[in-house]
Each structure stands twice: as C-alpha cells, then as structure tokens.
Design a protein around this ligand. Structure first.
Ligand code: GLA
Length: 400
C-alpha cells in the first residue's frame, strides 16, 4: 500500500467510526504534504552561538493528509502514536496543554502562524505518518512543525514566506515546547534541496547551497537506538553555559556571539572566562564554527579526505570539550573509523544518543554495517541501525 492509500484508509476509518466528525454539507478537498527530517554534516551546537551549520534534508520525513473543516475544530491523528487517538482542539484555545502530547507541535504552529498572518477561516483535519526513526535526533519535531506550517500556509493562502515559516517553527520549539534550540533544524527541513547541503550563517541567515558530490562514497546514518531522554535539559544547560562564557568574554571584547570570534582572538582572550568548563564549551563553539567553513571548502573542492578529517575533529571536540556524546555515540564513531573505506565519522544533531554519520566507500558499506553493528551490540548490549542518507528536497505540497 502506498503512503497516500494508507493515509486515506486511516482517515476513512476514523471518520466512519465517528472519531473525526464531519458536517453533512462538507465539500472540502483533500491535500497531501511532506516535510523531511535532517542530518547535519558538520557545525554542531553552533547555531545558537551565532555560528555556521551545514545540514541537509533527508528522504525520511513526515507526511500529512490535510482537509479543511467547516467548524473551528482542529483534529490530528498520528499513525505513529495510535494509542493517543484523535486529538482535538479548537482554534479559540491554542494554549499549550500537556494532555495534547505530540499535537502541541501542530497546535503551536497554528497559534504562531495565525498570529503572524491572520486567523484561519475554519479548522482542519490532519492525519500524519512519519518514517523518521523515533527519538533518533533527526528532527522529527522540526519536520512536524514545518509540515503543519506549509500545509496551513498553502490551504488558507496565508502568503507567509518560507524563511518566516522557518522562524515560526523555531518559535514553537522555544516558546511553546520549551526547548531553547537554534534555527538549524527548521532551516534544513524548510530549505533543503536534493543532493545539496546548506551552509547557513545562523547570525545573518545568509546561506549557500553546496552540491554534494561524494563520488564513490556515501553517508551512512548510524542510529544508537538510545533515546535522547535527558537531551532537552542538557541541551538548555549547554546553551546557558555558552551564554555565560560569552558574557565573560564581552567584559573586554565587543562581540555579540561566540560565532563572532576567530581562533586567534579566542586564544588571546580565553583567560577572561575564568572557569574550565565554560572555557571548553566556548572553545568548541569557536573551533567548530571555523571547521564548518573549512569543511564547506573541502566539499566544494571534492576533497573528501579533508572533509572526513574535519568530521573526526568535530566529533572529538563534541566528546571532549562540549561533552554531549556518551558511550553509545562514541562507540559507534570509534568502531566506524576503524573500518576500511571510512573517511570520517561523527555524531549529528544534539547528541546524548541519537545518530552519528559516517563517510563510507560505497563498495564497503555492507561489510561496514555488519562489523560496526556487531561491535556495537557486543559493547552496548543492543543493536544499532544503519540507513543510507539520501539528500532530498525540503517541505512541500505533494502532487498526489
Ligand atoms: C538540535 C537543535 C539545533 C542544533 C543542534 C546541535 O538539533 O534543534 O538547533 O542546536 O541540536 O547542533
């Protein structure tokens, strides 16, 4: 069964059973939308430090069947969380409600998008199915935010531009859900292009689309299958640590973010921070930001060896200075690097579990997955999962 048939079938079942009520006079048409997940090639924990990131959208993502209603109710149902059933809220009450569970993502998007544009003329039904591995740190939340944003913007003709939708997605994450994340995920999900990575300056939002030509290499996503449970609180902690380090540097330097610092200026002034931990966090942000620019140049020159080395350096810095990896990610990355045909490996996303990526010669991938999988199982006690990364287009209406 295709994804479209599956969504149609679920919708029919829910309406027939009365879980989603519809009016007699209903003549609305049904539309379909897709928003991807993302991987970040390099530039980790730099976005909220005003630095550079280098992500791309992937083929895994979230699909929606979307249909306007004639009343002011919004009903959402996820095939991924059937036990949560149909979640219903009214356009006249768009406050966060813990009981709404995953539906807070679309709810937050409706709230901020209508505040920014205009109220919706009616509610809607949305049935969602996602194939982004759950809890893998591949941005399923940014995916559902942009999915909702793109669908509503299109269906109600709100005329909001893509960059603003992306910013509203980040606002949902920050102000509605309470995770202090940067803009990278929403930007990658909203702006991704096939076989292209996005070098984004998170301070100015200037970006450059860089074609990914990996010759006979490919990117393998390696999932630790460790859920990122404590991730949100640790994430917010790292962010505050960087803010504190910045404040201390600002006692002498006139900078607005750690991303403003080049390496020599940081080295000459790091003593201002007066705290070993904060100094390590700032060091990562500054060095990773410069590494990202170097990695972009390497990729543009088709120098995959240099790119792979920078991936390795990035992981080591995230492990030793930023301390966001953990034994699962470190095991995957260390074992991956020892395999033939591997040019580099690093964690991707927030860390604390989730996924890593490796640059692997195509001819070696089967062997690579078998060997890394076996060593991981031996050491960690459960399986890792591997997927080839297909770099795809960002959020869009589907021509179904
Ligand atoms: C998460 C956040 C992003 C970014 C990464 C780390 O994915 O949502 O904004 O900070 O972590 O690079």
């Amino acid at each position: 069964m295709s994804i479209k048939e599956q969504l149609d079938k679920t919708y029919q079942k829910l309406t027939k059973a009365g879980h989603i009520s519809r009016s007699q006079s209903d003549t609305q048409s049904t539309n379909y939308y897709f928003a991807p997940g993302r991987i970040n090639l390099i530039g980790e924990h730099t976005d909220y430090n005003g630095g550079n990131v280098f992500p791309c959208a992937i083929s895994f993502g979230t699909y929606a069947l979307f249909r306007k209603r004639e009343d002011d109710l919004v009903t959402v149902y996820s095939e991924n969380f059937p036990a949560k059933g149909v979640i219903t809220f009214s356009l006249s009450d768009l406050d966060y409600d813990k009981a709404d569970n995953w539906a807070n993502y679309p709810k937050g998007m409706v709230k901020y998008l209508t505040e920014a544009a205009k109220p919706l003329s009616s509610g809607f039904d949305m049935v969602v199915y996602g194939n982004i591995p759950n809890g893998a740190g591949l941005s399923s939340s940014a995916s559902i935010e942009l999915l909702t944003g793109v669908a509503i913007n299109d269906a109600y003709d709100l005329g909001v531009d893509r960059i603003q939708l992306i910013k509203l997605g980040q606002k949902v994450e920050n102000d509605f859900i309470g995770v202090n994340s940067g803009i990278m995920d929403q930007f990658a999900v909203g702006m991704g292009q096939k076989d292209t990575a996005i070098l984004l300056d998170c301070h100015t939002l200037d970006y450059e689309l860089v074609p990914i030509k990996l010759k006979d290499y490919c990117i393998i996503i390696m999932n630790t299958n460790k859920r990122r449970e404590l991730a949100d609180s640790k994430y917010n902690e790292r962010r505050s640590e960087c803010e504190e380090a910045l404040k201390r540097l600002q006692t002498k330097l006139s900078i607005s973010s750690l991303g403003d610092l080049d390496i020599p200026t940081f080295e000459a002034n790091r003593d201002l921070i007066h705290d070993d931990i904060l100094e390590k966090r700032a060091k990562h942000a500054v060095y990773e930001n410069q590494r990202t620019l170097k990695a972009k140049d390497a990729l543009k020159k088709n120098d995959l060896t240099a790119f792979g080395q920078l991936m390795d350096e990035s992981h080591d810095s995230l492990k030793n200075d930023y301390e966001v990896t953990g034994k699962e990610l470190d095991t995957l990355v260390a074992v991956a690097r020892r395999q033939p045909g591997v040019l580099g490996a690093r964690m991707t996303g927030a860390g604390f579990g989730g996924c890593a990526i490796a640059l692997v010669k195509e001819a070696n991938t089967a062997d690579f997955e078998a060997k890394v999988g076996e060593a991981y199982q031996d050491k960690i006690g459960y399986e890792a999962t591997f997927y080839p990364a297909h770099i795809e287009t960002g959020a869009k209406k589907l021509d179904w």
